[in-house]
Design a protein around this ligand. Structure first.
Ligand SMILES: Nc1nc2c(c(=O)[nH]1)N[C@H]1C(S)=C(S)[C@@H](COP(=O)(O)O)O[C@H]1N2
Ligand SMILES: [Mo]
Length: 322
């Protein structure tokens, strides 16, 4: 995110024929320095049976909510699983083997605190089982101008907000990722403001699109996707979709996020997708589709304007698009 250079997966525009998909996958792997036959020939190697033996395995596959449709094909799981942003495990896109091996997702608790009727800490599986689980197909637009489309399994953040019973005076929810340098080598890089933090207004958090994710591709979430619980706010740049959440704090102070702390001139609180507002160092007008390499126009609110534009009326003076 700090340095924008042309990546080798940034290929000439083309249609997504199966042949091209294969070629592009090979090139993604080459770019990742993973050209070895072992990885090329099959699925991403991961801790054997991790998905099958998960304590929430029985919740899959969840019923798909057909209200959330896509205008493009899904990103193949293998492509997605090898190309991630998860700075706790390093700043490269190829952190998946480290995350698979090092991130321990059980036992795991989520703290709910701040301006709530009663602060509590809840076991992740107890929490998930209290929620209305479903599958949704979502777009995801990274601020770095690449995009993907993912079948997430999870529950509306609104259901978790209701469960948390915030006070009427709370105006924001602040999310925090774990802090444990013994399992996250990136957190030994002390110049980053760990832990990763993000935030939403209460109006955003209770919008139907804000989704808490505990699965993808019909299985419990793989570590590199932010297991055991991450956020998906598909109308915002991807960095808002915080991974591996351990704490939700209800507050009346606007949270300052990880990236806003590092580079406040480039990354703000709102971070709504807008093709007309360039990043200070690159255009946001188009995006590269992760698995095809095709460059397509970026849409206002990543195409979710009908669902979310109303959240921002009266806020036009705010830097809504950075
Ligand atoms: N804790 C944490 N959450 C994070 C990040 C991160 O580095 N750490 N990266 C963000 C960014 S920039 C993006 S684009 C998405 C990437 O999600 P994916 O790896 O599942 O594609 O996660 C977001 N959530
Ligand atoms: Mo991102």
């Amino acid at each position: 995110m700090l340095i924008k250079k042309r990546r080798r997966w940034e290929l000439p525009d083309r249609e997504a024929t199966p042949e091209d998909m294969f070629l592009n996958r090979r090139q993604i792997l080459a770019a990742a320095g993973l050209g070895g036959g072992l990885i090329l020939s099959g699925a991403v190697p991961h801790v054997a049976g991790a998905q099958e033996t998960s304590p929430i395995a029985d919740l899959f596959p969840a019923k798909r909510n057909e209200a959330f449709k896509l205008d493009r094909e899904l990103t193949p799981e293998d492509v997605n699983a090898r190309y991630n942003n998860f700075y706790e495990f390093g700043s490269q896109k190829t952190i998946f083997p480290i995350a698979e091996e090092q991130l321990k997702t059980r036992p795991w608790t989520v703290a709910i605190d701040g301006m709530v009727e009663e602060e509590k800490t809840v076991d992740i599986d107890t929490l998930i089982r209290a929620m209305p689980v479903e599958e949704r197909l979502y777009r995801h637009r990274c601020v770095e101008a690449w995009s993907m489309t993912v079948p997430w399994t999870g529950f509306p953040l609104k259901a978790l907000v209701d469960y948390a019973r915030p006070l009427g005076s709370a105006t924001y929810v602040r999310f925090e990722t774990f802090l444990d340098a013994s399992m996250a080598p990136g957190q030994r890089q002390v110049w980053y403001p760990w832990p990763y933090v993000e935030g939403l207004t209460m109006a955003e958090a209770t919008n139907d699109l804000a989704f808490m994710v505990m699965g993808a591709y019909g299985k419990p979430l793989r570590n590199q996707f932010g297991a055991p619980l991450r956020l998906a706010t598909p109308w915002k740049y991807g960095f808002k979709s915080i991974k591996s959440i351990v704490r939700l704090t209800f507050t009346d102070k606007r949270p300052v996020s990880f990236w806003e702390t590092i580079l406040p001139a480039e990354y703000g609180f709102w971070a709504n997708v807008n093709p007309e507002v360039p990043h200070p160092r690159w255009s946001q007008a188009t995006e590269q589709v992760l698995h095809t390499g095709a460059r397509v126009p970026t849409l206002l609110y990543n195409g979710y304007g009908p669902e979310v534009a109303g959240l921002y009326t009266g806020l036009e003076a705010e830097p809504l698009y950075m």
